[in-house]
Design a protein around this ligand. Sequence first.
Ligand code: AMP
Length: 397
Amino acid sequence: MSSLPILVLNSGSSSIKFSVYEAGDGERTKLFEGAVDGIGTDLGKLWIKDATGKKLVDETPAVPTRAVAFKMVADALHSGDFPIPAAIGHRTVCGGPTITENQRITPELIDEIESYSALAPLHTPIAVFIMREALKLFPGVPNFAVLDTYFHRTLPEVAKQMPIPAEYVAMGVRRYGYHGISYESIIHQLEPNVPEKLIVAHLGNGASISAIRNGKCLDTSMALTPTSGIISGSRTGDIDPGIVIFILKKIAETTPNALEAADKLETVVSKKSGLLGVSELSNDMRDLRDAINAGNAKARLAVDKFTWTIARWIGSYVAELNGLDMLVFTGGIGENDIAARAEICAGLGALGIVVDPTRNNVRGEAVISADNSPVKVRVIPPAEDLIIVNHVVRLLG
Ligand code: AMP
């Protein structure tokens, strides 16, 4: 295959991030990356920088809508200053129950993904909007959906199945798992020495953890939506369903319309809870660490809740894997929060997890376990865009 420029698109609620790689035979070179930030706010920003970090575009245009934002990306890439992409990979959080393989995007595929928007209501509407715009604004360029749920397709039935009435299971309610592209990228970086029994903790603003056997996902903490599993920045993680019912009934006292009440409930469990809810201060770990240093007890409790939950999850995954060879931390907190890694691992000596404080005193890629630790503990930054490019190249054939 001759070298082809591949565009990777990753869209969030207020930003569209993108990168372009040159992909040849086994070669992947990042050419540049950029983003339109602040969509729908007064703080619109378009920036593009090359692989050395040099800013090529740095503007502050008005970005009232997502459509305007994506047009800016398309216009920039058609300006003649950058190579026109030969193919586009879309990070796609959830394909629903029917789309489990990464594949070429067609209008029918978009409709099918959209029909399961209720399963990932914060992500899918944005993703399908960008897919439709990309088909229009890059005519003739093949687009591919690369799914976060793809890595979790190997989950055994016992992990996928939810203990609920069959009628809801038939609607597609099950464990899907998220952050799959990040997990794939960790496996990719460990290859060819992927340990048999592996736990990867993706700890970012959203947090999840997976048990992986021989490179295949055995269990993962997120289920139907990213709100489940570990407590994260502003999400509850797993909680007693009775709490959700209690909150819903409270909301219904002032919001009699059931769908409106459900929307408000969703805001409570996914945007106002987690580290933010407990600390009443911030969803951002850096803010919480500053507050802890200043003696803030609620920030301390929020972070304790976070690390305590993760330690418990690691314990249950060691049981599920029947042992452990390696624990990997990734994501913004996993890579950078030295204290969180130390706190999580502090009580896990009996599981063979022994972190060396000096080795742990780093940000970014490192082995942080002690020489006598039966379990190797590593920090590995994810390389998600590279994985998307790899899938696109594979699917281009
Ligand atoms: P991500 O979603 O992967 O970008 O991760 C975002 C999270 O990583 C936020 O909670 C940040 O506060 C946290 N984070 C980033 N850098 C640091 C750092 N130096 N120390 C502690 N937490 C950090």
